[in-house]
Design a protein around this ligand. Structure first.
Ligand code: FE2
Length: 251
């Protein structure tokens, strides 16, 4: 697959952007999940090469590194820590374990607690509506009527706090690109200064909607205002894939 597919002109971005105020209201009313991480914060000290090297190293795995905090706590502390909610744990990581938070995410639909599939986020039967879905009726209508998905799995907003780098990461390096798993990452108003990393070069994405190879490190530069982007996982239609040179295979 290509590094990314520019789908900005193929998508009704105007329809999505018209929902901006409703989306802001919806996010304000939603249950949010803080994205605190414990990995070295090279981005914030502008150590780009060190950041790339680290993210490419064996030590780095998305999620695992963030979760691997018990080693920093005594047994007694761990016992208390394990009783906390997701967000409470993140606050402890941020304050007590010297972590950092680049924002939060807002799930609209999310994987069931024990997904059976490795690529669960791409399958509707592995996902379930979040309590937040009630705040986004217009968005859900737009997704069903105006996007080229034939299957919709996880739908989620990624919010980044003003003046902070979005944590650079890659999502997977497994062989997920078999024509059955697609997603679109939407960047209304080009709010995020999003990039993919090729070697040590940032490839900035000047598009409001892309499908990209998650195996490339990706992130976003700081902006002077807080931002959201929207990612929908699922499967795109065969017709849409053919028109955009994207691999498609029947599930
Ligand atoms: Fe990602």
């Amino acid at each position: 697959m290509k590094m990314y597919y520019d789908l900005g002109s193929q998508i009704d971005m105007e329809g999505l952007e018209k929902l901006h105020f409703k989306i802001c209201l919806g996010i304000a009313k939603s249950k949010k999940f803080i994205s605190t991480r414990l990995i070295p914060h090279y981005e914030m000290s502008n150590q780009f090469r060190e950041a790339v090297d680290f993210k490419n190293s064996e030590a780095y795995r998305i999620g695992k590194v963030a979760e691997d905090n018990n080693s920093l706590l005594t047994d007694e502390e761990s016992e208390e820590y394990n009783k906390l909610s997701y967000n409470e744990k993140r606050y402890v990581m941020e304050l007590y374990c010297k972590g950092y938070c680049d924002g939060y995410f807002v799930p609209i639909t999310f994987t069931k607690s024990k997904p059976e599939l490795k690529f669960a986020t791409f399958y509707e039967d592995q996902c379930t509506p979040s309590v937040n879905i009630q705040h986004f009726p217009e968005l859900m209508e737009w997704i069903s009527n105006k996007t080229p998905f034939i299957h919709i799995g996880r739908v989620m907003f990624f919010n980044t706090t003003h003046y902070l780098h979005s944590d650079m990461h890659y999502d997977r390096r497994d062989d997920w690109n078999d024509g059955r798993h697609h997603f679109i990452w939407f960047n209304p108003f080009k709010m995020k200064k999003f990039f993919l990393v090729d070697g040590y070069e940032k490839i900035y994405i000047d598009s409001k909607a892309i499908f990209f190879d998650m195996g490339f490190i990706h992130g976003a530069d700081p902006t002077p205002f807080s931002t959201y982007s929207l990612r929908i996982d699922g499967q795109l239609s065969e017709e849409f894939c053919n028109a955009n040179d994207i691999l498609w295979k029947k599930r």
